[in-house]
Each structure stands twice: as structure tokens, then as C-alpha cells.
Design a protein around this ligand. Structure first.
Ligand code: 5CU
Length: 384
């Protein structure tokens, strides 16, 4: 029997109830506070959050709301991850305990979700990316213990992480044992931003959240992923599977410039086994880019990576085949962020990303099905 064509959302977040309680107990950002006049809860997680924060409600923590959102948009399966700023603000021992508890909570959230309605599948509606307690002063032993925990939980298929590592970023050599353990366990790392760039770059005009979210977030991912490449992580851990949020930010557009700068820097050039563009072909990227031209371009840069594999015999035609690149791109929504500003049947942020996938020139119907769900099924080893 032919496999069903599934819509799988790999970029979708939750503040699990236990985490929301921690945010409610805090008096400095990140926090959830109750507005005294309206009794509405407000979320403050970003620097320079507009005064009072923004409204939050059950969509951020209630599993039924996640399932309703999925039903409304025809999403069969979601791979849910904790939303930023994860455990970044906690001392090491609290982060360690909470990571373990939240991973157990997420496993329960997923394992008790409904089966996809069908007689011939054991597929659930919900899977997850767990959390590591990546904070300063945490021991390697504690991090490895949590990698082991995540790999023992059957509905967790990987883990989400921010860009700070244990304080010095993701190119910190102290993280090598962690990359090694993640690679060995076959977990996917979903790299997601939170801090953006230095806020002074945003100027004084009130642009709300536009600059931090549209530019700051993707630039943070761009820098973190580039630092990983430059550190040689992908040479040391060639089977590491890294999924970048927001289609890898500016990395695809800057990858040839990056390669040229490396060529002109003997220290970095001698550290790496390959041209920088080769490493783009090792990455997975979400398709949260909102436009078909961007998705097409990103897939071109992934397809092109094969040209930079030493000894590659790939033909010129294959190098330019963006359908090859589409195989590393995966649909996402960013739910529950970017809710519609007024009541609508469907969320614009979701519809736009689906329309973008549909309109990419040079992607076949099979490629588009892959981006919508097939690629996620394969990457995360979910069977239909
Ligand atoms: O709107 C936002 O602040 C966010 C956020 O914090 N995290 C995210 O994934 N998307 C949007």
C-alpha cells in the first residue's frame, strides 16, 4: 500500500506547564506576569519586549490547542520543541533537574497523543525534540546523562538548542563529547535562536519586534552555524545531523563569501577538510522562509555543496539540480508564535509557508511532498 502523503511540522513550540510555572514564579525576564487590570497573562522573553509583554494563553502550553491548530491546518504530525529561552537563565543544578523533568513531560505529551487516524499505522500525532541543560558550569557528565535520557525516550527524536552552548558558544571544544554522544545516539539537533544581535544595531525608531525577529534571529543562527563549521565540528563528527531554524538565516546567501574569506586565511583554511560550501550539504534547514524564491535559492546552495566534496564525480547538471537540495528542507510553522492579528480561519504564517513550498520553480511534486512531510519522516525515522 502506498505511503500516505503527510504534512509534518518540525518547527512548532510549547511552553510545557512545568516550564510555564517557572516563568510565572520569576520577577525578571524571562517571565509570565498577570496584568492587574485585565487578569490576562503576558509573556516577556526578549530584550526590549514592548512594555507589559504580549498576551499568552493556552496555545502556548495546552496540548489540545496544539492538536486543534494542527487539525485546522491539515497538519498530520508535529515534532514539538520547547520554546526559547529554554533553560539558559537557570543555575546549573536547577537546569539539570528541570531538563530531565521537561524531557519526561514531553515524552508523556507525545506518547499519550492520539494515533494518526488510520488502521495501518502506529504513528502518533506528536513527537518531540528534548532539551539539554546547556548553561555555564554544567558538567559534561550531566550533559551526557541528559543526551542518554533523550535517546532512551522513544517519542523524542532529537533535541533543540540555542546558540550559547555552556557560555562560550557552540564552537567550544568542551562540547566535543556532547556532539560525539549526540552523533552516536543518532539524535537530530534543532538549532534555534533567541538573542538576536546587539540591540544597538536596531536603532532608535520603534520597529516593535520586526528587526529582532526578521533579522536578529536569523543572523544569530547564521553566526552560530558558521562558527560550528569553522571549528571543524562537521569534520570531527561527520554524521552529526543539524537542522537550522528559519532556513539557515543568511548562511546560504553568504556561503561563497565565507569560502573566499577562509581561502584568504591560512589558519582557518588549514583547519578544515573541505571548502565551506561543502558543509551546507551536511545541514538540514526548515522551510520557514515565507517565499518560493528564497526556498529555491536555499535548495540551490545545498545541491551545490556536492561539488565541493573532494573527489566528487557529480555531474554539472546534478550540481545545479535544486530538487536535490529540496531533500534537506522541512516544513515548519513556528506555532504558537506569529498568531493572526485578527480572527481568521487559518494562520497567515502557515498558509504563506505552504504556498511558498507549492510555488518553488524546479521542485517536482515529489520534492514538494518531501518538504511537506516525507523528508521529516525520513530524517526522524518516523514510519507511516
Ligand atoms: O515572536 C517571538 O518572540 C518568537 C520567539 O521568541 N521564538 C520563536 O521561535 N519565534 C518567535
Amino acid at each position: 500500500m502506498a505511503a500516505r502523503k503527510l504534512l509534518v511540522d518540525i518547527h512548532t513550540h510549547v511552553y510545557l506547564p512545568r516550564y510555564a510555572s517557572v516563568l510565572r514564579s520569576r520577577s525578571s525576564v524571562p517571565l509570565i506576569r498577570t496584568d492587574a487590570s485585565t487578569q490576562e497573562e503576558r509573556l516577556l522573553i526578549l530584550d526590549h519586549e514592548p512594555s507589559g509583554g504580549r498576551p499568552v494563553g493556552p496555545q502556548y502550553w495546552d496540548r489540545e490547542e496544539k492538536l486543534k491548530f494542527m487539525d485546522k491546518h491539515g497538519i498530520h504530525v508535529s515534532v514539538v520543541s520547547s520554546a526559547n529561552p529554554w533553560l539558559d537563565f537557570l543555575p546549573a543544578s536547577q537546569a539539570h533537574t528541570l531538563a530531565s523533568e521537561l524531557n519526561t513531560d514531553l515524552e508523556e505529551y507525545c506518547s499519550t497523543s492520539p494515533l494518526l487516524a488510520s488502521n495501518d499505522t502506529q504513528l502518533k500525532r506528536l513527537y518531540g525534540f528534548g532539551l539539554l541543560p546547556l548553561v555555564p558550569s554544567i558538567s559534561t557528565t550531566a550533559l551526557l546523562e541528559i543526551v542518554n535520557q533523550i535517546s532512551s525516550l522513544p517519542h523524542l527524536k532529537g533535541l533543540i538548542m540555542g546558540t550559547k552552548g555552556i557560555g562560550k558558544g557552540l564552537d567550544d571544544p568542551a562540547l566535543d563529547p556532547v556532539w560525539g554522544a549526540i552523533e552516536k545516539a543518532g539524535l537530530v539537533v534543532f538549532l534555534h535562536p533567541h538573542y538576536g544581535v546587539d540591540a544597538s544595531a536596531y536603532g532608535e525608531l520603534d520597529n516593535g519586534h520586526v528587526l529582532p525577529l526578521a533579522l536578529g534571529f536569523p543572523f544569530e543562527t547564521t553566526i552560530a552555524a558558521t562558527r560550528l563549521i569553522l571549528s571543524g565540528v562537521f569534520d570531527r563528527f561527520p554524521n552529526l545531523r543539524l537542522l537550522l531554524a528559519h532556513s539557515g538565516g543568511a548562511l546560504p546567501a553568504l556561503s561563497s563569501r565565507l569560502a573566499s574569506c577562509i581561502d584568504h586565511d591560512p589558519v582557518v583554511a588549514s583547519r578544515l577538510k573541505h571548502d565551506a560550501r561543502f558543509y551546507l550539504g551536511k545541514l538540514y534547514l526548515d522551510a520557514v522562509a515565507y517565499g518560493p524564491e528564497e526556498l529555491g535559492f536555499v535548495s540551490d546552495t545545498i545541491a551545490r555543496a556536492a561539488r565541493y566534496e573532494k573527489g566528487s564525480s557529480i555531474s554539472i547538471q546534478e550540481q545545479l539540480d535544486r530538487s536535490i537540495g529540496s531533500k534537506r528542507m522541512l516544513f515548519g510553522t513556528d506555532h504558537p508564535f506569529f498568531p493572526p492579528l485578527s480572527a481568521t480561519e487559518k494562520w497567515r504564517s502557515v498558509v504563506e509557508n505552504l504556498e511558498a513550498i507549492d510555488a518553488v520553480q524546479g521542485w517536482s511534486d515529489v520534492n514538494k511532498e518531501g518538504v511537506r512531510g516525507g523528508n521529516a519522516m525520513e530524517l526522524l525515522n518516523l514510519s507511516n
